[in-house]
Design a protein around this ligand. Sequence first.
Ligand code: BGC
Length: 387
Amino acid sequence: MTFPPGFLWGVATGAHQTEGGNVASDWWYRENRPNSPVAERCGDAVDSYHRWPEDLDLAAGAGFTDYRFGIEWSRVEPADGHVSHAAIAHYRRIVEGARERGLRPLATLHHFTLPLWFSAAGGWLRPDAVDRFLRYVDALAPVLDAGVERVETINEPNIVAIFPKLTAAGELAHGLPEPDAATTDAMIAVHRSTVDRLRVNHPGLLVGWGVSVQDYQAEPGAEAALEAYAEPRDQVFLRASAGDDFVGVQTYTGGRLRADGTVAENPAAERTQTGWEYTPGALGGAVRRVARVARDVPIIVTENGVATADDDRRVAYTTGALESLREAMADGADVRGYFHWSLLDNWEWGHWGPTFGLVAVDRTTFARTPKPSLKWLGGLAPSRMDA
Ligand code: BGC
Protein backbone atom coordinates (compact mmCIF):
# COMPACT_ATOMS: atom_id res chain seq x y z
CA MET A 1 0.00 0.00 0.00
CA THR A 2 1.71 3.17 -1.15
CA PHE A 3 0.78 6.83 -1.22
CA PRO A 4 1.98 9.35 -3.78
CA PRO A 5 5.20 11.33 -3.25
CA GLY A 6 4.51 14.54 -1.34
CA PHE A 7 1.52 13.01 0.48
CA LEU A 8 1.57 14.39 4.04
CA TRP A 9 2.35 11.72 6.61
CA GLY A 10 1.74 12.95 10.08
CA VAL A 11 0.80 12.42 13.66
CA ALA A 12 -1.78 14.59 15.39
CA THR A 13 -1.82 15.92 18.94
CA GLY A 14 -3.93 18.55 20.67
CA ALA A 15 -3.04 21.23 23.20
CA HIS A 16 -5.18 20.62 26.28
CA GLN A 17 -5.05 16.83 26.03
CA THR A 18 -1.25 16.74 26.16
CA GLU A 19 0.16 19.97 27.63
CA GLY A 20 -1.00 19.87 31.23
CA GLY A 21 -1.71 22.70 33.64
CA ASN A 22 -3.96 24.79 31.40
CA VAL A 23 -5.29 26.56 34.47
CA ALA A 24 -6.79 29.53 32.64
CA SER A 25 -9.04 27.39 30.44
CA ASP A 26 -12.73 26.68 30.80
CA TRP A 27 -12.13 22.94 30.77
CA TRP A 28 -9.72 23.23 33.70
CA TYR A 29 -12.42 25.08 35.60
CA ARG A 30 -15.03 22.48 34.67
CA GLU A 31 -12.76 19.57 35.62
CA ASN A 32 -11.82 20.99 38.99
CA ARG A 33 -14.96 22.57 40.32
CA PRO A 34 -16.88 20.78 43.08
CA ASN A 35 -19.24 18.10 41.76
CA SER A 36 -17.60 18.31 38.36
CA PRO A 37 -19.42 16.36 35.65
CA VAL A 38 -15.99 15.44 34.23
CA ALA A 39 -15.06 11.95 35.43
CA GLU A 40 -11.26 12.30 35.45
CA ARG A 41 -9.18 15.47 35.46
CA CYS A 42 -6.62 16.38 32.85
CA GLY A 43 -4.20 17.76 35.45
CA ASP A 44 -0.64 17.52 34.15
CA ALA A 45 -1.91 15.75 31.02
CA VAL A 46 1.23 14.14 29.58
CA ASP A 47 3.37 17.22 30.25
CA SER A 48 3.96 17.97 26.60
CA TYR A 49 4.22 21.65 27.50
CA HIS A 50 7.70 20.78 28.73
CA ARG A 51 8.39 17.54 26.89
CA TRP A 52 7.54 18.67 23.35
CA PRO A 53 11.15 18.14 22.15
CA GLU A 54 10.86 14.44 23.03
CA ASP A 55 7.52 14.27 21.24
CA LEU A 56 9.01 15.82 18.11
CA ASP A 57 11.98 13.45 18.30
CA LEU A 58 9.63 10.47 18.45
CA ALA A 59 7.58 11.65 15.46
CA ALA A 60 10.55 12.57 13.29
CA GLY A 61 12.57 9.54 14.39
CA ALA A 62 9.80 7.18 13.31
CA GLY A 63 9.76 8.70 9.81
CA PHE A 64 6.77 11.03 9.92
CA THR A 65 7.06 14.19 7.85
CA ASP A 66 4.21 16.23 9.31
CA TYR A 67 3.19 17.22 12.82
CA ARG A 68 -0.17 18.54 13.94
CA PHE A 69 -0.15 20.31 17.30
CA GLY A 70 -2.43 22.69 19.15
CA ILE A 71 -1.98 26.25 20.30
CA GLU A 72 -3.88 26.95 23.51
CA TRP A 73 -5.74 30.28 23.47
CA SER A 74 -5.97 30.34 27.28
CA ARG A 75 -2.16 30.30 27.49
CA VAL A 76 -1.70 32.95 24.82
CA GLU A 77 -4.37 35.20 26.31
CA PRO A 78 -4.92 34.07 29.92
CA ALA A 79 -6.77 37.26 30.80
CA ASP A 80 -8.94 39.39 28.53
CA GLY A 81 -6.59 41.50 26.42
CA HIS A 82 -3.38 40.26 28.06
CA VAL A 83 -1.10 38.46 25.61
CA SER A 84 1.56 36.23 27.16
CA HIS A 85 4.78 36.79 25.24
CA ALA A 86 6.24 33.80 27.02
CA ALA A 87 3.50 31.60 25.58
CA ILE A 88 4.07 33.04 22.11
CA ALA A 89 7.79 32.30 22.44
CA HIS A 90 6.97 28.77 23.61
CA TYR A 91 4.85 27.94 20.57
CA ARG A 92 7.40 29.59 18.31
CA ARG A 93 10.05 27.25 19.66
CA ILE A 94 7.84 24.26 18.89
CA VAL A 95 7.47 25.40 15.29
CA GLU A 96 11.22 25.95 14.98
CA GLY A 97 11.87 22.60 16.67
CA ALA A 98 9.59 20.83 14.22
CA ARG A 99 11.29 22.42 11.23
CA GLU A 100 14.75 21.58 12.59
CA ARG A 101 13.67 17.95 12.66
CA GLY A 102 12.22 18.07 9.15
CA LEU A 103 8.60 18.08 10.29
CA ARG A 104 6.09 20.37 8.56
CA PRO A 105 3.95 21.97 11.27
CA LEU A 106 0.17 22.06 11.09
CA ALA A 107 -1.17 24.24 13.92
CA THR A 108 -4.67 23.98 15.37
CA LEU A 109 -5.89 27.31 16.77
CA HIS A 110 -8.92 26.06 18.70
CA HIS A 111 -9.41 22.51 19.98
CA PHE A 112 -12.42 22.55 22.34
CA THR A 113 -10.84 24.61 25.15
CA LEU A 114 -11.46 28.35 25.60
CA PRO A 115 -10.01 30.92 27.96
CA LEU A 116 -12.29 30.93 31.00
CA TRP A 117 -12.81 34.71 30.69
CA PHE A 118 -14.21 34.22 27.18
CA SER A 119 -16.28 31.17 27.99
CA ALA A 120 -17.76 32.54 31.21
CA ALA A 121 -19.05 35.60 29.35
CA GLY A 122 -20.95 33.63 26.72
CA GLY A 123 -18.27 31.88 24.67
CA TRP A 124 -18.97 31.51 20.97
CA LEU A 125 -22.39 33.11 21.32
CA ARG A 126 -20.91 36.43 22.50
CA PRO A 127 -21.65 39.17 19.99
CA ASP A 128 -17.93 39.99 19.86
CA ALA A 129 -16.77 36.36 19.50
CA VAL A 130 -15.31 36.87 16.02
CA ASP A 131 -13.38 39.98 17.05
CA ARG A 132 -11.98 38.36 20.16
CA PHE A 133 -10.85 35.30 18.26
CA LEU A 134 -9.24 37.44 15.56
CA ARG A 135 -7.35 39.38 18.23
CA TYR A 136 -5.90 36.05 19.38
CA VAL A 137 -5.15 35.06 15.79
CA ASP A 138 -3.32 38.35 15.26
CA ALA A 139 -1.24 37.74 18.39
CA LEU A 140 -0.06 34.44 16.89
CA ALA A 141 1.78 36.11 14.01
CA PRO A 142 5.28 35.37 15.39
CA VAL A 143 4.35 31.70 15.78
CA LEU A 144 2.82 31.34 12.34
CA ASP A 145 5.69 33.21 10.69
CA ALA A 146 8.24 30.87 12.28
CA GLY A 147 7.37 28.21 9.72
CA VAL A 148 3.84 26.90 10.20
CA GLU A 149 2.71 25.47 6.87
CA ARG A 150 -0.92 24.69 7.57
CA VAL A 151 -3.50 25.96 10.00
CA GLU A 152 -6.62 24.20 11.21
CA THR A 153 -8.69 27.12 12.52
CA ILE A 154 -11.16 25.07 14.55
CA ASN A 155 -11.01 21.42 15.50
CA GLU A 156 -14.37 19.76 14.88
CA PRO A 157 -16.70 22.77 14.85
CA ASN A 158 -19.59 20.32 14.55
CA ILE A 159 -18.65 18.71 17.86
CA VAL A 160 -18.22 22.14 19.46
CA ALA A 161 -21.79 22.81 18.37
CA ILE A 162 -23.10 19.67 20.09
CA PHE A 163 -20.99 19.95 23.26
CA PRO A 164 -23.85 21.32 25.34
CA LYS A 165 -25.84 18.23 24.41
CA LEU A 166 -23.19 15.56 25.04
CA THR A 167 -23.64 13.92 28.38
CA ALA A 168 -21.67 10.72 28.48
CA ALA A 169 -18.70 8.98 26.92
CA GLY A 170 -19.68 6.57 24.21
CA GLU A 171 -22.42 8.87 22.96
CA LEU A 172 -21.12 8.59 19.42
CA ALA A 173 -22.00 4.93 19.49
CA HIS A 174 -25.64 5.96 19.51
CA GLY A 175 -25.35 8.70 16.92
CA LEU A 176 -24.76 12.38 17.43
CA PRO A 177 -27.29 14.85 18.77
CA GLU A 178 -28.12 17.59 16.30
CA PRO A 179 -25.71 20.53 16.60
CA ASP A 180 -27.01 23.74 18.11
CA ALA A 181 -27.96 26.06 15.23
CA ALA A 182 -26.66 29.31 16.80
CA THR A 183 -23.29 27.71 17.60
CA THR A 184 -23.12 26.29 14.09
CA ASP A 185 -23.58 29.78 12.64
CA ALA A 186 -20.99 31.18 15.06
CA MET A 187 -18.46 28.51 14.10
CA ILE A 188 -18.87 29.24 10.41
CA ALA A 189 -18.58 33.00 10.98
CA VAL A 190 -15.43 32.61 13.07
CA HIS A 191 -13.88 30.26 10.54
CA ARG A 192 -14.59 32.38 7.48
CA SER A 193 -13.28 35.54 9.18
CA THR A 194 -10.17 33.72 10.36
CA VAL A 195 -9.43 32.39 6.88
CA ASP A 196 -9.78 35.91 5.46
CA ARG A 197 -7.53 37.39 8.15
CA LEU A 198 -4.84 34.74 7.73
CA ARG A 199 -4.87 35.10 3.95
CA VAL A 200 -4.24 38.84 4.27
CA ASN A 201 -1.59 38.65 6.99
CA HIS A 202 0.12 35.38 6.09
CA PRO A 203 -0.04 34.77 2.36
CA GLY A 204 1.24 31.31 1.61
CA LEU A 205 -0.20 29.74 4.76
CA LEU A 206 -2.59 26.91 3.88
CA VAL A 207 -5.82 27.19 5.83
CA GLY A 208 -8.76 24.93 6.57
CA TRP A 209 -10.65 23.36 9.45
CA GLY A 210 -11.18 19.79 10.65
CA VAL A 211 -14.68 18.35 10.62
CA SER A 212 -15.70 15.24 12.53
CA VAL A 213 -17.14 12.93 9.87
CA GLN A 214 -18.72 9.57 10.60
CA ASP A 215 -19.28 7.12 7.83
CA TYR A 216 -23.07 7.03 7.84
CA GLN A 217 -24.64 4.43 5.56
CA ALA A 218 -28.33 4.28 4.71
CA GLU A 219 -30.30 1.12 5.37
CA PRO A 220 -32.54 0.22 2.42
CA GLY A 221 -35.04 3.05 1.89
CA ALA A 222 -33.24 5.39 4.32
CA GLU A 223 -31.49 7.60 1.77
CA ALA A 224 -33.60 10.70 2.48
CA ALA A 225 -33.33 10.15 6.24
CA LEU A 226 -29.58 9.89 5.91
CA GLU A 227 -29.37 13.17 4.06
CA ALA A 228 -31.50 14.88 6.71
CA TYR A 229 -29.33 13.37 9.46
CA ALA A 230 -25.99 14.26 7.90
CA GLU A 231 -26.88 17.77 6.77
CA PRO A 232 -26.76 19.59 10.15
CA ARG A 233 -24.24 17.18 11.70
CA ASP A 234 -21.42 17.61 9.23
CA GLN A 235 -22.44 18.55 5.69
CA VAL A 236 -23.22 22.19 6.50
CA PHE A 237 -19.69 22.46 7.90
CA LEU A 238 -18.13 20.67 4.94
CA ARG A 239 -19.81 23.04 2.50
CA ALA A 240 -18.57 26.00 4.56
CA SER A 241 -15.07 24.90 3.55
CA ALA A 242 -15.63 26.26 0.05
CA GLY A 243 -12.59 28.26 -1.03
CA ASP A 244 -10.31 26.83 1.68
CA ASP A 245 -6.93 25.31 0.93
CA PHE A 246 -8.04 22.01 2.44
CA VAL A 247 -10.79 20.42 4.48
CA GLY A 248 -9.69 18.27 7.39
CA VAL A 249 -11.55 14.98 7.83
CA GLN A 250 -11.55 13.39 11.28
CA THR A 251 -13.02 9.91 11.23
CA TYR A 252 -13.14 7.06 13.72
CA THR A 253 -16.30 5.09 13.13
CA GLY A 254 -19.48 4.72 11.16
CA GLY A 255 -23.10 3.83 11.55
CA ARG A 256 -26.18 2.73 9.70
CA LEU A 257 -29.22 4.91 9.62
CA ARG A 258 -32.79 3.61 9.57
CA ALA A 259 -35.55 5.20 7.52
CA ASP A 260 -36.99 6.71 10.71
CA GLY A 261 -33.77 8.69 11.19
CA THR A 262 -32.39 6.68 14.10
CA VAL A 263 -29.05 4.95 14.20
CA ALA A 264 -29.12 1.15 13.95
CA GLU A 265 -26.83 -0.52 16.44
CA ASN A 266 -24.98 -3.67 15.53
CA PRO A 267 -24.96 -5.68 18.75
CA ALA A 268 -22.43 -8.12 17.27
CA ALA A 269 -19.87 -5.42 16.38
CA GLU A 270 -16.51 -5.27 18.09
CA ARG A 271 -16.29 -2.07 20.18
CA THR A 272 -13.29 0.11 20.87
CA GLN A 273 -12.41 1.49 24.31
CA THR A 274 -14.62 4.49 23.58
CA GLY A 275 -17.59 2.24 22.83
CA TRP A 276 -17.55 2.97 19.11
CA GLU A 277 -17.94 0.24 16.50
CA TYR A 278 -14.56 -0.99 15.26
CA THR A 279 -14.89 0.05 11.62
CA PRO A 280 -11.55 0.60 9.86
CA GLY A 281 -13.22 1.12 6.48
CA ALA A 282 -15.16 4.09 7.87
CA LEU A 283 -12.34 6.35 6.74
CA GLY A 284 -12.78 5.55 3.05
CA GLY A 285 -16.56 5.93 3.28
CA ALA A 286 -16.27 9.27 5.07
CA VAL A 287 -13.75 10.61 2.58
CA ARG A 288 -15.96 9.62 -0.37
CA ARG A 289 -18.89 11.57 1.09
CA VAL A 290 -16.68 14.58 1.87
CA ALA A 291 -15.40 14.55 -1.72
CA ARG A 292 -19.02 14.71 -2.92
CA VAL A 293 -20.11 17.44 -0.50
CA ALA A 294 -17.02 19.67 -0.35
CA ARG A 295 -16.46 19.24 -4.09
CA ASP A 296 -13.25 20.98 -5.18
CA VAL A 297 -11.64 21.41 -1.77
CA PRO A 298 -8.63 19.12 -1.30
CA ILE A 299 -8.97 16.72 1.63
CA ILE A 300 -6.48 16.03 4.40
CA VAL A 301 -7.26 13.33 6.93
CA THR A 302 -6.37 15.35 10.03
CA GLU A 303 -7.41 12.60 12.50
CA ASN A 304 -7.97 8.87 12.33
CA GLY A 305 -7.14 6.22 14.87
CA VAL A 306 -8.49 3.77 17.40
CA ALA A 307 -8.74 3.51 21.17
CA THR A 308 -7.38 0.09 22.04
CA ALA A 309 -5.04 -1.50 24.55
CA ASP A 310 -3.99 -4.02 21.89
CA ASP A 311 -1.38 -2.49 19.60
CA ASP A 312 -1.88 -5.30 17.03
CA ARG A 313 -5.50 -4.18 16.74
CA ARG A 314 -4.25 -0.61 16.17
CA VAL A 315 -2.06 -1.80 13.30
CA ALA A 316 -4.93 -3.86 11.89
CA TYR A 317 -7.39 -0.95 12.19
CA THR A 318 -5.00 1.51 10.60
CA THR A 319 -4.15 -0.89 7.80
CA GLY A 320 -7.84 -1.24 6.99
CA ALA A 321 -8.38 2.51 7.23
CA LEU A 322 -5.47 3.26 4.90
CA GLU A 323 -6.60 0.64 2.40
CA SER A 324 -10.06 2.18 2.30
CA LEU A 325 -8.48 5.62 1.89
CA ARG A 326 -6.33 4.42 -0.99
CA GLU A 327 -9.40 2.98 -2.71
CA ALA A 328 -11.32 6.25 -2.28
CA MET A 329 -8.35 8.08 -3.82
CA ALA A 330 -8.21 5.63 -6.72
CA ASP A 331 -11.88 6.44 -7.32
CA GLY A 332 -11.11 10.15 -7.53
CA ALA A 333 -11.10 11.64 -4.01
CA ASP A 334 -8.45 14.37 -3.87
CA VAL A 335 -6.70 13.44 -0.61
CA ARG A 336 -3.41 15.16 0.19
CA GLY A 337 -2.38 13.66 3.51
CA TYR A 338 -3.02 11.50 6.57
CA PHE A 339 -2.46 12.39 10.24
CA HIS A 340 -2.86 9.64 12.82
CA TRP A 341 -4.57 10.39 16.14
CA SER A 342 -2.56 10.29 18.19
CA LEU A 343 1.17 10.33 18.75
CA LEU A 344 0.68 9.86 22.50
CA ASP A 345 -1.76 8.21 24.83
CA ASN A 346 -3.45 11.30 26.25
CA TRP A 347 -6.40 12.69 28.14
CA GLU A 348 -9.59 11.75 26.34
CA TRP A 349 -11.93 14.55 27.45
CA GLY A 350 -12.71 13.32 30.92
CA HIS A 351 -11.15 9.88 30.71
CA TRP A 352 -7.69 8.38 30.90
CA GLY A 353 -8.85 4.88 29.94
CA PRO A 354 -9.00 5.10 26.13
CA THR A 355 -5.52 4.85 24.63
CA PHE A 356 -5.23 6.19 21.08
CA GLY A 357 -1.44 6.62 21.13
CA LEU A 358 1.40 5.21 19.08
CA VAL A 359 3.41 5.94 22.22
CA ALA A 360 2.49 5.03 25.82
CA VAL A 361 3.12 7.58 28.57
CA ASP A 362 3.73 6.92 32.26
CA ARG A 363 1.37 9.30 34.05
CA THR A 364 3.75 9.92 36.94
CA THR A 365 7.18 10.08 35.35
CA PHE A 366 5.86 11.07 31.90
CA ALA A 367 8.34 8.63 30.37
CA ARG A 368 7.39 7.90 26.77
CA THR A 369 7.46 4.29 25.52
CA PRO A 370 6.92 3.77 21.80
CA LYS A 371 4.56 0.98 20.81
CA PRO A 372 5.43 -1.16 17.76
CA SER A 373 2.76 0.73 15.78
CA LEU A 374 4.87 3.92 15.90
CA LYS A 375 7.70 2.49 13.86
CA TRP A 376 5.32 0.58 11.63
CA LEU A 377 3.22 3.58 10.66
CA GLY A 378 6.15 5.99 10.38
CA GLY A 379 7.83 3.44 8.13
CA LEU A 380 5.01 3.78 5.58
CA ALA A 381 5.85 7.45 4.99
CA PRO A 382 5.76 8.41 1.31
CA SER A 383 8.78 10.27 -0.02
CA ARG A 384 8.75 14.03 0.56
CA MET A 385 8.45 16.48 -2.29
CA ASP A 386 8.97 19.96 -0.90
CA ALA A 387 8.52 22.91 -3.19
C1 BGC B 1 -10.95 15.03 18.85
C2 BGC B 1 -9.86 14.56 19.77
C3 BGC B 1 -10.26 13.26 20.42
C4 BGC B 1 -10.48 12.24 19.34
C5 BGC B 1 -10.87 10.86 19.86
C6 BGC B 1 -11.66 13.97 18.13
O1 BGC B 1 -13.03 14.15 18.38
O2 BGC B 1 -10.47 16.06 18.02
O3 BGC B 1 -9.63 15.57 20.70
O4 BGC B 1 -9.33 12.83 21.36
O5 BGC B 1 -11.48 12.65 18.47
O6 BGC B 1 -12.08 10.90 20.53
